[in-house]
Unconditional design. Sequence first.
Length: 365
Amino acid sequence: MKTFRRLIFGEVVNAVTFVTVGFLALFFFFDFVDEIQGIGKNNGAYKLEHALTFVVTMVPSHLYELLPISVLIGTIFVMARFAQSSEFTILRTSGLAPAMALKNLLGLGLVFVLLTFAVGDYLSPASDRFGQLLKSRYMGQITVGLTGAWLREKQDDRSFAVNVATLTPEGQPSGIRIFEFNKDGQWLALIKAKSGVVTNDTWELQGVERNQLIRQGTEASLSRKYKDSETWPTGITSEMISVALLKPDRMSTIDLFQYIRHLSANGQTTQRFEIEFWKKVFYPMSCLVMMVLALPFAYLHFRSGNIATHVFMGVLAGISFFLLNNVFGYMGNINNWEPWFAAAAPGMLYSLASLGAFGWLVLRQ
């Protein structure tokens, strides 16, 4: 079926590209309008070129989010147009079996799956990080929530609670507090540092104040020492700190997996992050679901003028898929569902429904 692949693949790719570019242009415009308000802040340091660059760094994230819905709209348009012009009917009478049509579309869908995965796992996280650091460089430090970012770590028989107030424009921690506890949960020491540099397995702390609790029998006293610098061994990486800056769905799959392992090793809940991890795994595969959802439109009989209505109905079905995806994520987090099930269930449900509709349309031909 080289004729089918040559005819359909080119049309679908062109339609998906057109829809994606249209969506990205729309998002670029709205993002730029939003960023204009920040021009001139920080004593005029944040300029027009910085705002434009920051908006450009947001494009990969939008591309990752929009690719599946663009695949759906573009493929529905092509399938409906072929059905309306009877081109698909000619292909069927030439020997194109329904299973072969589905197989070929899924093959094209795999290309979009790989593209979505590459954008979401490599391009988008790097671009988001660069954009945040660029903005902070010209608009000041990045404040992480109201109380800063909190992380925990166990080292042998000691445990540590680490608080980072802000991130510098270079992405390094600032306003650091490290609380040290023994195995019984009793407080031992507090390390305060003005700033730090995260390296492999250590933090190089600058402007250090160490408060140490010294116990002698039933009495205890507080020792306070000041240092210009101190090396603190830790497994907490800059990627883990960035979780407080980047949403979990903006992280790469590997970084998210490593952060889950860190939380689990330190006895912290991982349900929310595990769901996000599996959503990262299954989200690119939603391009296949969109392909299956679009194929039945090739077997419908269109009158002139009603193609737009069917395309609009298909778009609504695609939007409902993404809404259901978010609903299952929230419900899975609240009800402690298996993370992989909460992430995969919407795709499985819509795939089965689409295949059912496809089979029904084929049988009634």
